[in-house]
Design a protein around this ligand. Structure first.
Ligand SMILES: [Zn+2]
Ligand SMILES: [Zn+2]
Length: 210
């Protein structure tokens, strides 16, 4: 794919043309699609790669007694503040730093309340509520302070490590965002429980709009 500049379906077709008996298992096909999406290189900092690695972990370690350290983002309280212009998200109650914007794993917005089969919508106009952001949560990669909460269980609450404010929840089998999209696995932080701040080049901070 890299040397010939082929897209994944073309590369697969080319291999099948030479060896019609060639079959690819779904897992390997998924890896190659990911490889293509990352521009034919493995980028461990890309959100796509992080999502993929988390999905694999959820499948491979059902008991999750021992999680590899590399899946955890470094606790922002352990790193130099304002080392770059990334936004930092803090507990709204006690201001403890929780995660950086690079830990947010974005997802394609779902189709809104219509995606919730169990909820009937009375007024279709309510779907686009004043053009508000339909996602009321951030889905992020696990951060080091979450580790004790994650060990040995597939789902649970995420509490602020300092003041125990309920920030959100996690589920290795996935959770549905308010926009309707399923995110698997899910480490969900309610936007209303955190404040985002961004370091300004001249010093000081500004509040990030959520
Ligand atoms: Zn969403
Ligand atoms: Zn707190």
């Amino acid at each position: 794919m890299k040397s010939e500049g082929l897209r994944f379906p073309e590369a697969y077709a080319a291999v099948r043309a030479v060896r019609p008996e060639a079959r690819m298992n779904a897992g390997f096909a998924r890896q190659l699609e990911l490889y293509e999406a990352m521009g034919c290189r493995v980028d461990a900092t890309s959100g796509l790669y992080k999502c993929y690695r988390l999905q694999r972990l959820g499948q491979q370690h059902p008991e999750l007694q021992d999680l590899p350290q590399e899946v955890f983002a470094i606790d922002p309280t352990n790193t130099c503040p304002a080392s770059n212009n990334e936004a930092l998200y803090r507990c709204r109650k006690c201001r403890r730093s929780l995660f950086r914007s690079s830990s947010i794993l974005t997802h394609a917005e779902g189709s809104g309340p219509a995606a919730f089969a169990h909820k009937r919508i009375k007024d279709p106009a309510q779907r686009h509520h004043d053009g508000q952001d339909k996602c009321t949560s951030y889905f992020i990669e696990p951060v080091q302070w979450m580790e004790p909460a994650l060990l040995g269980v597939m789902e649970g609450q995420l509490l602020c490590p300092k003041c125990t404010l309920k920030l959100g929840s996690f589920n290795w089998h996935g959770e549905q965002c308010s926009c309707g999209r399923w995110v698997t696995p899910a480490f969900q932080i309610h936007k209303s429980r955190v404040d985002g701040i961004q370091a300004l080049p001249v010093g000081g901070f500004q509040i990030v709009k959520t």
